[in-house]
Design a protein around this ligand. Structure first.
Ligand SMILES: NC(=O)C1=CN([C@@H]2O[C@H](COP(=O)(O)OP(=O)(O)OC[C@H]3O[C@@H](n4cnc5c(N)ncnc54)[C@H](OP(=O)(O)O)[C@@H]3O)[C@@H](O)[C@H]2O)[C@H](O)CC1
Ligand SMILES: [K+]
Length: 465
């Protein structure tokens, strides 16, 4: 699957300018944008009465186009505007709307509400009366559609600058923007669709899409599919989850090297009780493709020694949990000299411990962390961001909130290790792991526990063949 590009407000403006330089007018772009939004509104609500709220900029201009096209289809449409149009294109669009334009204060609740107040040009919070009116009108509607973005959302950070209602659907015009995927904004969009308006959207920031996997070649054997060694530690369960996830995610061979471990259901997982010295021996095995450290590792001297062995092994690494806490003490930049970029999987707390106060939005923070540490970062959350030291970055579609339970991070680590062993590309592997983890969670359903994710993994993987 070809991943969709994500453009910042400035990148969108530049892409729009480039399209116009090729001979397409802004009025034509607005007509396409309004038509794409009107088509969706029509499919959502048919001939229901429609209220279109228009702002002063080009987002409002899109709104006038929507109003005209829906009226042409026989809908009864009320247009309510915040102010007169401030751009030529919006003025032209308003001039083509044959009906009256009411003040926002006179907007009447309707079964279908289209929010065309502000899009990428929102510069500050909405006034309190305006955001209250927007929330009230959307709450009273049966269907609601936001044009480009719900009004009140900052395009690049996904922050809510003022209260925003929950929409049923949002049409992203020309391309996704970071706010369509970043929290908290993403939680207010409803179904997000991209409206094609003829703009070439290219970016180093992509949406994580379904990976394309290939079955093992006829010549494959267990080691050619990837050998993952998990260095366990004080807590047997966490390392066990990572190891089980790695083998379920397609690694051909997984060894779990921990001083303690529980009963294991999987015959292919070799369970070894080892001390740090023998861990180093295991790591010296040429067949080991990826080593994992962190889940259940512990924070004591033994854990330090085991981590040291893993870092010195010259292998591709996936580092999580306690390994991240231990690395934070010595500085994340100490990872920059490793033979291959490791994958780090910090949640918010671990990220802060590792990288302190990096400023900017989540994508900017992840990119800076990747640069400093020479690592691929999976900055976890409901809106996981993956960033590579080479500048590539990607945002995951919203993951089920049921993932907020113990052990799900260990499972992600195991999947990432299996994919890193298979692909050799830590960025691709990290993106694939995040997608598979989210898909497995959707398949496992509400009240999932980490073990359910592992059980669902073959189905998530099969969806990618
Ligand atoms: N992507 C494309 O190629 C196309 C996008 N289109 C649509 O255009 C908008 C972006 O339009 P733009 O005019 O740049 O911005 P907005 O319409 O979002 O808003 C700008 C105007 O709103 C004023 N403003 C900003 N914040 C507030 C606020 N909190 N309260 C009141 N007024 C506000 C701003 O005024 P200033 O005082 O800040 O100067 C502007 O007047 C994009 O989202 C798409 O919907 C086009 O259709 C073409 C193709
Ligand atoms: K809007």
């Amino acid at each position: 699957m070809i991943p969709r590009a994500i453009l910042t407000a400035a990148e969108m403006k530049a892409a729009e300018d480039a399209t116009m330089a090729s001979g397409v007018s802004v009025d034509q772009l607005m007509e396409r944008a309004g038509r794409a939004a009107a088509d969706i509104a029509w499919r959502m609500a048919g001939k229901a009465h429609v209220l279109v709220l228009c702002g002063p900029g080009n987002n409002g201009g899109d709104g006038y186009v929507v109003a005209r096209l829906l009226a042409e289809r026989g809908c009864e449409v009320q247009v309510a505007a915040l102010a007169d149009p401030a751009t030529d294109a919006a003025r032209n669009a308003r001039a083509q709307w044959p009906g009256p334009v009411d003040a926002i204060g006179d907007a009447r609740p309707a079964p279908m509400v289209v929010d065309a107040l502000f899009g990428t040009g929102l510069a500050r919070p909405l006034g309190a009366d305006l955001s209250a009116a927007l929330c009230d009108l959307v709450r009273k509607a049966r269907h609601s559609l936001a044009v480009d973005l719900p009004s009140g959302i900052e395009t690049d950070s996904g922050a809510l600058l003022s209260p925003v209602p929950f929409f049923d659907a949002t049409i992203a015009l020309g391309s996704l923007k970071p706010a369509h995927l970043l929290q908290p904004a993403a939680g207010f969009m409803g179904m997000t669709l991209v409206g094609e308006i003829g703009i070439a959207a290219e970016s180093a920031l992509l949406e994580i899409g379904r990976p394309t996997l290939v079955p093992p070649l006829p010549s494959a054997h267990k080691y050619s599919r990837g050998y993952v060694l998990v260095a366990g530690g004080a807590m047997a369960g966490a390392a066990s989850l990572a190891a089980d996830a790695a083998i379920r995610a397609g690694a051909g061979y997984v060894a779990l090297a921990g001083p303690e471990h529980g009963e294991g259901p999987l015959a292919l997982v070799q369970r070894l009780a080892v001390d740090p010295r023998t861990l180093a021996d295991l790591l010296a095995d040429e067949r080991v493709d990826v080593a994992v450290a962190g889940p259940g590792l512990g924070l004591n001297d033994k854990a330090e020694a085991r981590l040291e062995s893993v870092l010195a092994a010259g292998k591709r690494l996936v580092l999580d949990a306690d390994a991240l806490t231990l690395i934070a003490k010595r500085g994340a930049e100490t990872l920059a000299g490793l033979d291959a970029p490791p994958i780090l999987t910090p949640h918010e707390g671990e990220f802060a411990r590792l990288f302190g106060d990096i400023s900017g939005n989540k994508v900017e923070r992840a990119r800076e962390a990747a640069r400093r540490s020479g690592s691929v970062i999976i900055y976890k959350g409901n809106d996981s961001v993956v960033a590579s030291p080479d500048g590539r970055a990607a945002i995951a579609p919203p993951a089920p909130s049921w993932l907020a339970t113990a052990g799900t991070g260990d499972v992600l680590t195991g999947i990432a290790a299996a994919r890193y062993a298979a692909t050799g590309d830590p960025f691709e592997a990290a993106c694939e792991a995040v997608w598979l983890h989210g898909a497995a969670a959707r398949m496992a359903g509400p009240f999932l526990i980490a073990d359910d994710l592992i059980e669902a993994l073959p189905r998530a993987l099969a969806a990618c063949l």
